[in-house]
Design a protein around this ligand. Structure first.
Ligand code: TTP
Ligand code: MG
Length: 356
């Protein structure tokens, strides 16, 4: 019998603990040990959802995505703060630098998470995890949770197993005892729709999913997603880290506290959004070719209009003019709930590389 020798991959998933709240607590020591909820304008009597709650606030049932007003009912004595995305992005950049210092093979997946490949490292998993935690703590004062596994799928599940400040190593031999008891929803790529349809088939856990024949999954979910589920339930995933990433678009949007029918307020908001996306564009040293705006009315009907300009630009004036040309093409006959602006068709300032 022929034996196949493939080096076991070693992948880490790093996820910051209660990230937005932790950044706020770090820069305002008076918040320590208090329940803290970050979301919207930071005023729980106004419209908005919870972006995150720290672990003290979670004890009261507050969680991400919940309306701020509901959070306030559950935990009126929490400290409510607005989202300061700029501050969190700065801390995020510092964290990614620490990770790149540990291994250059890093996939940046979001403001507070990343994958790191350490297959070729001589250090033990534990030693690498310790180094990352110490580095992040030293540079930012924050804690993270780390999952270590032979692939991205399992590493992500592992990082969530012992939050906050945990390190979880998941090996192939742990799949039956530690992966199979979990709910199917824990698998990357399984959302509420798939969860509901699996429940309809009597499948709740990953182990039950693993027991389904491939044919049955393909019949129900199609060839590619069916095969994906079949593999994922067995902890199989050979997807590589995506270490090079370019933004395809840059966008901002504003939801009004109260629905608006005043054209001047809408125009003013759009001008502000155009300015923000332009600043972001310039910050990344990109130029854009297409400007898109979005208007959502109070009844949630949503319209977008786009304009492609002749030359790549990072000029605020050109982007604002294009946004206003788009705005003219939408009949503002009802109250408006949300305004958005996006630039796409991006090119690096220096090179002619184009990402559309
Ligand atoms: P998460 O990592 O999902 O949450 P978290 O870091 O706050 O908490 P945990 O300890 O469980 O990892 O998301 C990272 C940040 O992204 C979070 O601090 C706020 C933001 N976020 C939102 O704005 N809206 C959301 O619905 C979620 C889930 C997160
Ligand atoms: Mg997190």
């Amino acid at each position: 019998m022929e034996e196949k020798h493939t080096a076991m991959r070693r992948i880490l998933h790093i996820d910051m603990d209660a990230f937005f709240a932790a950044v706020e607590q770090q820069r305002r020591p008076e918040l320590s040990a208090k329940p803290v909820v970050i979301g919207g304008m930071g005023d729980p009597s106004r419209r908005g959802v919870v972006s995150t709650a720290n672990y003290e606030a979670r004890k009261f049932g507050v969680h991400s995505g919940m309306p701020l007003r509901t959070a306030y009912k559950l935990c009126p004595h929490a400290i409510y703060l607005p989202v300061d995305y700029e501050a969190y992005s700065r801390v995020s950049a510092v964290i990614k630098e620490v990770l790149r210092g540990v291994s250059p093979i890093m996939e940046d997946v979001g403001i507070d998470e990343a994958y790191l490949e350490i297959t070729d490292s001589d250090d033990s998993d534990e030693a690498v995890a310790r180094r990352i935690k110490e580095g992040i703590r030293e540079k930012t004062g924050l804690t993270c949770s780390i999952g270590i596994a032979p692939n991205k799928l399992l590493a992500k599940i592992a990082s969530d197993m012992q939050k906050p400040d945990g390190v979880t190593i998941l090996r192939e031999t742990d799949i039956e005892s530690r992966l199979w008891p979990l709910a199917v929803r824990k698998l990357y790529g399984v959302g509420p729709k798939t969860e509901a349809s699996l429940r309809g088939m009597g499948i709740e856990t990953i182990g039950q999913l693993a027991a389904l024949p491939l044919d049955a999954l393909i019949e129900r979910f199609g060839n590619s997603y069916g095969s994906y589920l079949h593999d994922a339930a067995r902890g199989l995933d050979d997807s590589p880290l995506v270490t090079h990433w370019e933004p395809k678009s840059i966008s901002r949007e504003t939801t009004f506290q109260e629905d608006v029918d005043n054209w001047q307020i809408i125009a003013r908001t759009l001008a502000d959004l155009a300015q923000e996306v332009t600043a972001d564009l310039q910050g990344h040293r990109y130029r854009a070719k297409t400007v898109t705006i979005k208007i959502r009315f109070a009844d949630f009907t949503t319209f977008t209009r786009a304009l492609t300009i002749p030359d790549y630009t990072d000029s605020e004036e050109e982007i604002r003019k294009a946004a206003f040309a788009c705005l003219k093409r939408i009949e503002l006959d009802r109250k408006v709930r949300l305004v958005g602006a996006r630039v796409s068709g991006l090119a690096k300032e220096s090179a002619d590389e184009i990402f559309s």
